[in-house]
Design a protein around this ligand. Structure first.
Ligand code: ADP
Ligand code: MG
Length: 375
């Protein structure tokens, strides 16, 4: 990576997915260079930024060489092993110890529990016997999760009885199956100097464990619950010294508000901020990891809806894209440049509007047209 001619810092991001790609898009207006360390030269971010290094995120030499050309190092995923991070000299944001929490769901649950944050009932299971014991106390079904490496519902199973355990290794995280009314996300950014900025709490809609839709702000959310959710996110950011964007996924169930999981990077639940907030999560992440003043997180519209485009066997982006642009000129389309595969996140659509129903319908319609699922 060559230093920028402006003298402005070079931010290095490990990972080349859509999060890195959209962070690159946000770096432009500030004159910043986003360098990316990508696993493959055709990764989504590598297709748009000139500052590309190809290397594995778990290769200590590759990461160290990449980091040496950057003023600060940050991430678009959780998969850089601690031993790789330990050898690095420059600033790493978020730091090694907060990152550890998002690399292991068992450690995340244990640490949140220890600090008094509300989480679903859980235990570590080292055998089918442990799962059965937990279920005897909390009832079947239970939810079991692989502690490391899961995403988009991969590594999460609802288990109805002892005969149905997934063919995964041990240990597993086993949890009560929460009677979720809806899922929320509270997303904040924190810079090393301590400043924290919070976007409005949003509702996230999951299908088969994958986020399909986000509505900002969460419709009809009672202000006390919104405040509680935002306060939890702020406390987590401060307690663990998060630097950068922190997304806190929450379950609302009756009068319980439970922390599901954390992400310390830009997150799908805040893609809506590109069009729907004064400062997007991608620009905010850059500001935060540089320890620069944070931007205003206020929403710019009464309602913003983001709908993910998930690949289907019928996805034909080249045909669908112009059709969508023609059908709804106000829809903001983001295509990530990834090869279509069923269930894969290929892009998203954002619509800002005066009220939820129509805005949601427009975002859904455009996303479905792009996915080619006919609806
Ligand atoms: N304990 C639980 N009870 C009920 N549903 C759950 C539970 N844990 C996870 N889920 C559902 O599965 C989805 C994915 O789980 P999560 O732990 O967030 O894994 P991932 O890392 O794949 O996002 C959640 O968004 C939620 O819809
Ligand atoms: Mg999740």
């Amino acid at each position: 990576v060559s230093p920028s001619v402006t003298g402005l810092p070079v931010v290095g991001m490990v990972g080349g997915g859509q999060l890195a790609r959209m962070t690159h898009e946000a770096a432009g207006p500030l004159g910043l260079t986003l360098a990316v360390l990508v696993a493959r030269p055709d990764d989504a971010a590598a297709l748009v930024t000139p500052a590309v290094t190809v290397g594995a995120p778990d290769d200590p030499d590759a990461v160290a060489r990449f980091a040496a050309g950057c003023d600060v190092l940050t991430f678009d995923h959780e998969h850089v092993p601690q031993h790789v991070l330990e050898g690095l000299r420059g600033p790493v944001r978020p730091g090694r110890s907060p990152l550890r929490l998002v690399q292991d769901k068992l450690l995340m649950r244990a640490t949140l529990t220890e600090h008094g944050f509300p989480v679903p009932a859980w235990r570590r299971a080292d055998s089918p016997q442990d799962v059965a014991e937990f279920a005897a106390g909390h009832g079947w079904p239970v939810v079991v999760k692989t502690p490391v490496g899961g995403y988009d519902g991969r590594g999460v199973w609802e288990v109805a009885g002892p005969a149905e355990l997934p063919p995964a290794g041990w240990p597993l995280l086993v949890e009560e199956r929460v009677g979720i009314e809806r899922e929320l996300a509270a997303v904040v950014a924190r810079r090393p100097a301590g400043e924290v900025a919070a976007w409005p709490v949003v509702e996230t809609v999951q299908q088969a464990g994958i986020c399909v839709e986000v509505v900002a702000p969460a419709p009809g959310l009672c202000p006390s619950v919104a405040d509680a959710a935002a306060a939890v996110a702020r406390r987590i950011a401060e307690q663990f010294g998060v630097e950068g964007v922190l997304a806190v996924e929450l379950f609302q169930a009756g009068d319980r508000l439970l922390v599901n999981e954390l992400a310390m990077r830009p997150h799908n639940s805040a893609h809506w901020t590109i069009e729907g907030a004064v400062t997007s999560q991608f620009q905010q992440h850059l500001r935060a990891v540089l320890d620069w003043p944070l931007g205003d997180p206020s929403p710019t519209a009464p309602c913003t809806v983001m709908a993910n485009v998930l690949g289907t066997p019928a996805t034909r982006l080249a045909d669908a894209l112009p059709a969508v642009l023609g059908a709804d000129p106000g829809a903001r389309v983001h295509v990530y440049g990834k090869s279509p595969r069923p269930g894969r996140k290929l892009g998203h659509v954002t619509v800002c509007g005066p009220e939820v129903a129509e805005t949601r319908a427009r975002a859904r319609r455009a996303a479905r047209m792009l996915a080619g699922d006919g609806a």
